[in-house]
Ligand binder design. Structure first.
Ligand SMILES: Cc1cc2nc3c(=O)[nH]c(=O)nc-3n(C[C@H](O)[C@H](O)[C@H](O)COP(=O)(O)O)c2cc1C
Length: 203
């Protein structure tokens, strides 16, 4: 499995006796990446509020394993494992840089392999990065409709960040930090899960 796997211990969840399984997907093709930094900041904010187990999937790592495949059964086992992690997550946090006014091609290629009904009612927190504010509506006009297709529960506030809000590939702008916190706080009341404590972790 190519993504990093980190367990973060945050505030214990009152409703559950196991951590929420949060899978983050970065559509960036580079590392370091502002998009990945934005995801990490969202995960950090979540971990302040809930006990989470997080798994980060970076297209910069996974992309070369996907690019030669046109059907899911052609993917190597490590890529198949990442798809299962996405499909079995309690919560998805997804982000892509804007490339040519859309998400990256590999971000879409990854989700083209995800089962059509595998994300039904799954909460998804949306985010994107871009060179300027001019493509900020990518979250509403492109990423939200993609997850609408999957009948996922897209969370109310998405986070868009421009390059000048990062320093050395870390979130540095206070306004961006506020938007991250606001997105997480608006998401929390919607994160109701019927968790199965005995289910073995897929990671
Ligand atoms: C091929 C390419 C196309 C891009 N197209 C856009 C664009 O259409 N609109 C925009 O605002 N930024 C565009 N950008 C800038 C990136 O979205 C921006 O720098 C982003 O923060 C990069 O994220 P990363 O550091 O995670 O790769 C483009 C960058 C590249 C490399």
């Amino acid at each position: 499995m190519s993504g990093r796997h980190i367990t973060v211990v945050g505030m214990p969840s009152l409703a559950t006796d196991r951590p929420l399984r949060v899978v983050a997907v970065s559509g960036s093709l580079q590392s370091p990446s502002r998009t990945t930094a934005l995801l990490v900041a969202l995960l950090d904010a979540l971990s302040q509020e809930r006990e989470i187990e997080q798994h980060l999937i970076e297209l910069a790592d996974l992309g070369p394993l996907l690019a030669g495949a046109i059907r899911r059964d052609q993917l190597p086992p490590s890529a198949e494992n990442e798809l299962r992690a996405i499909e079995e997550a309690d919560l998805l946090v997804v982000a892509s840089p804007v490339y040519r006014a859309s998400f990256t091609g590999l971000f879409k290629h990854l989700f083209d392999f995800v089962g059509q009904y595998a994300l039904v009612d799954k909460p998804v927190l949306l985010a994107a990065t871009g060179g300027s504010d001019r493509h900020a509506l990518i979250v509403e006009h492109q990423i939200r409709p993609l997850f609408g297709f999957f009948q996922a529960l897209t969370l109310p506030i998405g986070v868009y960040a421009k390059d000048s809000e990062f320093t050395d590939y870390q979130v540095s702008d206070p306004g961006l930090r506020d938007r991250i916190d606001k997105a997480v706080h608006r998401a929390l009341p919607l994160l109701h899960f019927e968790l199965t404590p005995s289910r073995p972790s897929p990671w």
